[in-house]
Design a protein around this ligand. Structure first.
Ligand code: E4P
Length: 217
């Protein structure tokens, strides 16, 4: 399973990259706004800076338009920033149409805001490189986000779809483990959830004891 970081914060992207396990980055308009990135030129420059930090990993950049013609125009501009940019397109009617257009024109896409298996089938049929089910938001609404990942993984396997399942809206380290278990191809996580994988109290206790005993060596 690939590890993406879900942030537009350059310091956090660098920290995950330095850990040696980072395969890519996802952003969205909320994450870009959180970093105070405003205006087209600043947005483009920020995506370029992110691509430089991840050195070869895919970077999802989201379109802000919701109609076919403008999604295509915006997506073409985003894709021109760097070869690793993946155009992130919402799961709406014009979005599906645009994903198909991007697929036929050699531009890779990440279909975002996916909350059902039916939506995941449409994204795959249109040729999306990635599909992003938002598992944390599904859990928040009292449904089972990991179960949806498992269902999509089963459908894609039976049908031979090539679209990669990118588990998004990750809230904790357990989400990452469960997504790995049920067949997600990628998990995009906040830095805290990635670092959460490191934690186990018995590791800390064991290491403290080894370091104490090492003094007697
Ligand atoms: C990633 O592609 C999504 O935009 C992101 O994971 C959404 O996460 P949230 O539900 O924590 O906002």
């Amino acid at each position: 399973m690939k590890f993406f970081i879900d942030t537009a914060n350059l310091a956090q992207i660098q920290e995950a990259h330095d850990l040696g396990i980072l395969d890519g980055v996802t952003t969205n308009p909320s994450l870009m706004a959180k970093e105070g990135i405003k205006g087209e030129a600043a947005i483009m420059k920020h995506y370029e800076a992110i691509c430089e930090v991840v050195e070869g990993g895919d970077v999802s950049a989201e379109v802000l338009s919701t109609d076919f013609a403008n999604i295509v125009e915006e997506g073409k501009k985003l894709a021109a920033i760097h070869p690793n940019i993946v155009v992130k397109v919402p799961m709406i009617k014009d979005g599906v149409k645009a994903i198909k257009w991007f697929t036929e024109n050699g531009i890779r896409t990440n279909c975002t805001l996916v909350f059902s298996a039916g939506q995941a089938i449409l994204a795959a049929k249109a040729g999306a490189a990635y599909v992003s089910p938002f598992i944390g938001r599904i859990d928040d609404s009292s449904w089972d986000g990991v179960e949806l990942i498992a269902q999509i993984a089963q459908i894609y396997s039976v049908q031979g779809f090539k679209t990669e399942i990118l588990a998004a809206s990750i809230r904790n380290a357990l989400h990452i483990v469960k997504c790995a278990e049920v067949g997600a191809d990628v998990c995009t996580c906040p830095l805290d959830s990635i670092l959460g994988l490191l934690k186990h109290p018995l590791t800390d206790i064991g290491l403290a004891k080894f370091l104490e005993d090492a003094k007697k060596m």
